[in-house]
Design a protein around this ligand. Structure first.
Ligand SMILES: C[S@@+](CC[C@H](N)C(=O)[O-])C[C@H]1O[C@@H](n2cnc3c(N)ncnc32)[C@H](O)[C@@H]1O
Length: 268
């Protein structure tokens, strides 16, 4: 693999479509520019937590996030030779899993708008080198304006990303647009539970475990955001509705981890 900075340039292999005015990548600027201040704040937040993100995921979930990510990838029904998208890829956990599933005849496009997260992903790719990882391309881009033509992918995964996107409806429409007919999106995230017990447990765990632990890394405010992002997120039922409105023919949300997590599976 080349240098890390080369690894996050938009791939020539990607079928790049023109972006609406104001959504262009600003060459030479430090990072991808967001159109709204809310999106810009989230981009900055994920860039700040990038250095400790993987470590905190392991500690906070007691390693369980690895199981949920495997389930998410498996439910996308990805197979050898597929061309797949991991949206909001962060430091690349799902992209690495997809890479092994599609093999060297397949392709993984991993998109995120935080350059720091993509640098971590590319660094991890170098460190834990596997031949199949050559099939991953790290792409700096916005979930709301995907740089791919229609019907381009055999599967799309999103891990803990949709909750953080400012315009979830638009992101869902983009996921639908780039999927081939009959193919699936598998979208993993915290579950906004309708059960009072689960919601209270989740809220307690964030206040009493997640935030105090993150404070040790100077990231109190960053992890307080987690609670508000879950409360502003959609329930399983609402996610199914959102997917159907975007055009998906089938959409089913499954609870994981005792209802603390959820995974939406939507078929185009
Ligand atoms: C919680 S992290 C999840 C990373 C990874 N998928 C995982 O499961 O570990 C959310 C990621 O979504 C990215 N993100 C949020 N909004 C985005 C957008 N509009 N376009 C692209 N990436 C976005 C952030 O930069 C961040 O890396």
């Amino acid at each position: 693999m080349g240098t890390v900075s080369a690894a996050i340039s938009i791939s020539a292999a990607a079928a790049v479509v023109s972006r609406p005015a104001g959504r262009r990548r600003h060459r030479g600027s430090a990072s991808f520019r967001c159109s709204t201040s809310a999106a810009g704040e989230r981009q900055a937040l994920f860039s700040r937590i990038a250095p400790v993100y993987d470590h905190l995921n392991d500690v906070l979930s007691l390693g369980q996030h690895r199981t949920w990510k495997r389930i998410c990838v498996s439910w996308s029904r990805v197979k050898k030779g597929d061309r797949v998208l991991d949206l909001c890829c962060g430091s690349g956990d799902l992209a690495f899993l997809l890479s092994q599933k599609v093999g060297l005849d397949g392709e993984v496009m991993a998109v995120d708008f935080s350059r720091q997260q993509l640098h971590t992903a590319a660094y991890r790719q170098e460190q834990r080198w596997k031949l199949c990882y050559k099939n991953i391309k790290w792409i700096e881009g916005d979930a709301l304006y995907l740089p791919f033509t229609d019907c381009y992918f055999d599967a799309v995964t999103v891990g803990y990303g949709l909750r953080n996107v400012v315009d979830k409806s638009r992101a869902m429409q983009e996921i639908f647009r780039v999927l081939k007919p009959g193919s699936r999106a598998s979208i993993l995230d915290f579950n906004k539970s309708s059960s009072l017990f689960t919601a209270s447990l989740q809220s307690w765990a964030i206040d009493n475990v997640v935030v105090p632990l993150a404070s040790g890394y100077g990231l109190t405010e960053e992890y307080k955001y987690l609670k508000s992002s879950i409360s502003q997120y959609l329930t399983g039922e609402e996610l199914e509705k959102l997917a159907k409105e975007a055009g998906f023919s089938v959409a089913k949300h499954y609870e994981l981890g005792g209802g603390l997590m959820g995974n939406l599976v939507a078929t185009r």
